[in-house]
Design a protein around this ligand. Structure first.
Ligand code: FES
Ligand code: MG
Length: 592
C-alpha cells in the first residue's frame, strides 16, 4: 500500500476539504497534513472525525459582554446540529465587543474585529464557519470579515433580551434607559425609583430588546438570506433560539460548497432587500453606516449602492413595525407577531424574491416554506402595507452645502414634526467637552428654535464616531416642556434613541474642507426634510474665507502619520460615514 495514502491530498472526501485546507502553502503538503493531524489529535479527535467537513464556530463569549452570555448554550446546540449532519465542529475565539465596555467607542474597534474575523476564517482549515455575534458592532464586523474571507459563513445572533418590569410598566434597554434617566435628571424621579429601574432595564442575557442597532442588524442579516428567518427575533433565553442554533449547524454542513460563499450568494438585490427591511422596521441609523461598510466589502456590489439608494428605497417603503424607539413595543412582541417571516410576507411586493439564501432556496421559496400564510398574528405590531405606522422614508438622506457627502436622519423618530422643515440660528459646540460644559448654562442664548450643532464627533474627530448625536435639550428649555429641537452632528446616535436629529454629516468637521467644520454661532441653518436639503445659509465667499483661514491652522490629521499602534492605523485609514467608516485598505477596491 502507498505509505502516503492517508495523507493523499487528492483522495475525495464525502464533502468539504476539511483539515487539508491551505496545506499547499508550504513545500511538503503531506508532511503538513501529518503534523496537523498529530496536533489536532491532541484534542481527542479520531480518524473518522478528521475526515469530516470542518465547521468553525466563532465563540464571542466574554465576561465583558452580557449580550453574549448565552453563547455557550448556543455553541452546544450548534454542535449538535453539525454532528447530527456529519460535520466536525471546532470552535475558536475572536474579539468580542460590548457597547458599554469598549473605550473610546465600540465603533473604533469594529474594524479590528472584522480583521480578526476575516483573517482567522482565512487562516484556519474550515469548510464553513458559523459566526456567533449579537451586540451592536459584532454582527457588522462579522459580516464585513466573512464577506472578505469569502468562505461559506453563517451568522447566528444571540437574540434579544426580554423586557423587564417596573411597577407594572414594561421597560427595556435602551430606549427606556434614556427616557428614565432624562426624567431623573429633570428631577421628576427620585434615587430609589431610578435604582429600581436600573435593576430591570436588562433583565436577561441577550441584546437590547428594542429596534436598536443589534435588532436592526439581526433583521438585516435574516433579510440578506444568511440566517433562519426566526433567528432575527427569537429571544436569547428561548428554546426557539436554541433550535435556531441547531438549524444553523445543520445549514452549515450543507453550505460546504463554492456556491454558498457569501460573494456568490449576496447580490445587489440582496442588499436592496436589506435596505427595504431597514426602512420598514424603522431601524437604527447606525445600520446605514454598517451596511455601506458591508456592501463595500463585496467586489461585485461595491460602488453600485450609495446613501442615495437608501433614500430612494425609503420613499417607496412604509414603516410597518411598531417597536421602540419609533413605536411602542419590544422585540419579543415582534417575535410573537411572526417576526421576519410575517414582515417579509407583508413586504413581498417590494422585495426581490429571486435573491438567494444560505439554504440554496430563493427568498420566495424560503417564504413559501415558512408557513407565512399564518402571519402576522398581530396587525398592531406588524402592520400591513395598507395601514403603515409612518407612510414612508423612516430614514432620510440629506444633502446640501453643509453635507456634500450626505447626512442621515431617522425622520420617523422625530418628536416634533414641525422641525422637519425648519430654519434657525446655530449654537455651536466644538466637541463633547464643550457641550458638557455649556449645555445647561442658564446664560446659554438658546430658544426652542435654535439649531444645536455638535462638531468633532466624526470618524476621525473623536475616533469611532461616538453615539453622542443625541444632544440633550438644555435644562432650562426642558423645564419649559421643550422635548425636541433640531440637532446636528458628524457623529452617530444610538439606535434606541429618538428626536429630530441630523447625523453622520460628511465630510466631518475635522476635515480641512469641511463646511460643517466652519459653522459659527448665529449662522442660519436650514433643514428641509421634504426636499432632502441641509443648507448653511451663509454666502459662498464667506464660507470660502473661513475654510482657507482654517486650513492655515493645519487643523487636520497632521499628527496621525506619527501616531503608533491601532490608533495610528485607524486615523490614517478610516473613511467617511457615507463609505461605512471602514479602513480604506479593507474595502473591495482597496486604498484610494
Ligand atoms: Fe449589546 Fe445593546 S448593549 S445590544
Ligand atoms: Mg446601541
Amino acid at each position: 500500500p502507498d505509505p502516503l495514502e492517508d495523507y493523499d491530498l487528492s483522495r475525495p472526501l464525502a464533502s468539504g476539504v476539511g483539515l487539508r485546507q491551505g496545506l499547499t502553502a508550504y513545500g511538503d503538503a503531506h508532511f503538513s497534513l501529518f503534523l496537523r493531524k498529530a496536533f489536532i489529535k491532541a484534542a481527542g479527535y479520531g480518524e473518522d472525525a478528521l475526515t469530516r467537513p470542518v465547521i468553525g464556530i466563532i465563540n464571542t463569549h466574554s465576561g465583558f459582554n452580557p449580550c453574549h452570555a448565552n453563547v455557550p448554550q448556543l455553541i452546544e446546540a450548534v454542535k449538535r446540529g453539525i454532528q447530527l449532519n456529519g460535520g466536525l465542529p471546532i470552535e475558536f475565539p475572536t474579539i468580542s465587543l460590548h457597547e458599554s465596555f469598549s473605550s473610546p467607542t465600540s465603533m473604533y474597534l469594529r474594524n479590528l474585529m472584522s480583521m480578526d474575523t476575516e483573517e482567522m476564517i482565512k487562516a484556519q482549515p474550515l469548510d464553513a464557519c458559523i459566526m456567533i455575534g449579537g451586540c451592536d458592532k459584532t454582527v457588522p464586523a462579522q459580516l464585513m470579515g466573512g464577506i472578505s474571507a469569502n468562505k461559506p459563513v453563517l451568522p447566528l445572533v444571540t437574540g434579544p433580551m426580554m423586557p423587564g418590569s417596573y411597577r407594572g410598566m414594561r421597560i427595556g434597554a435602551c430606549t427606556d434607559c434614556r427616557n428614565n434617566w432624562a426624567a431623573y435628571r429633570a428631577g421628576l424621579m427620585d434615587i430609589e425609583d431610578i435604582a429600581a429601574i436600573n435593576d430591570e432595564l436588562a433583565p436577561t442575557s441577550g441584546t437590547c430588546g428594542v429596534m436598536g442597532t443589534a435588532s436592526t442588524m439581526a433583521c438585516i442579516t435574516a433579510a440578506l438570506g444568511l440566517m433562519p428567518l426566526r433567528g432575527a427575533s427569537a429571544p436569547a433565553v428561548s428554546a426557539t433560539r436554541l433550535r435556531v442554533a441547531e438549524e444553523t449547524g445543520k445549514n452549515a454542513v450543507s453550505a460546504v460548497t463554492d456556491e454558498h460563499r457569501p460573494q456568490q450568494i449576496l447580490t445587489k438585490e440582496s442588499f436592496l432587500n436589506a435596505i427595504t427591511v431597514l426602512q420598514a422596521i424603522g431601524g437604527s441609523t447606525n445600520a446605514v453606516v454598517h451596511l455601506m461598510a458591508i456592501i463595500n466589502r463585496h467586489p461585485a456590489v461595491a460602488g453600485t449602492i450609495s446613501l442615495d439608494t437608501f433614500d430612494e428605497i425609503g420613499k417607496k417603503t412604509p414603516l410597518l413595525v411598531d417597536l421602540k424607539p419609533s413605536g411602542d413595543n419590544y422585540m419579543s412582541d415582534f417575535h410573537n407577531a411572526g417576526g421576519m417571516i410575517a414582515l417579509l410576507q407583508a413586504l413581498r411586493p417590494l422585495l426581490y424574491l429571486s435573491a438567494r439564501t444560505i439554504t440554496g432556496q430563493t427568498l420566495d421559496e424560503l417564504l413559501d416554506a415558512s408557513g407565512s400564510h399564518d402571519f402576522p398574528y398581530s396587525h398592531e405590531i406588524i402592520r400591513p402595507l395598507t395601514n403603515p405606522l409612518y407612510p414612508c422614508s423612516s430614514i432620510v438622506v440629506l444633502h446640501g452645502n453643509l453635507a456634500p457627502g450626505g447626512a442621515v436622519m431617522k425622520a420617523s423618530a422625530s418628536k416634533d414634526r414641525r422641525l422637519l422643515n425648519h430654519s434657525g440660528p446655530a449654537i455651536v459646540f466644538s466637541d463633547t467637552a464643550d457641550l458638557a460644559r455649556r449645555i445647561d448654562d442658564p446664560e446659554l442664548p438658546v430658544t426652542k428654535d435654535t439649531v444645536l450643532v455638535l462638531k468633532g464627533i466624526g470618524p476621525i474627530g473623536h475616533p469611532g464616531m461616538p453615539e453622542a448625536g443625541l444632544i440633550p435639550i438644555p435644562r432650562k428649555l426642558g423645564a419649559l416642556g421643550v422635548e425636541d429641537m433640531l440637532r446636528l452632528s458628524d457623529g452617530r446616535m444610538s439606535g434606541t434613541a429618538g428626536g429630530t436629529i441630523v447625523l453622520h454629516i460628511s465630510p466631518e468637521s475635522v476635515i480641512d474642507n469641511s463646511v460643517f467644520g466652519i459653522v459659527e454661532d448665529g449662522d442660519i441653518i436650514r433643514c428641509d426634510v421634504g426636499n432632502r436639503v441641509l443648507q448653511l445659509d451663509v454666502a459662498e465667499e464667506e464660507i470660502a474665507r473661513r475654510i482657507s483661514a482654517r486650513e492655515k491652522q493645519k487643523f487636520n490629521q497632521s499628527h496621525a502619520g506619527k501616531k503608533r499602534g491601532y490608533g495610528g492605523l485607524y486615523e490614517r485609514s478610516v473613511n467617511q460615514a457615507q463609505h461605512g467608516v471602514d479602513f480604506d485598505f479593507l474595502t473591495a477596491v482597496g486604498p484610494s
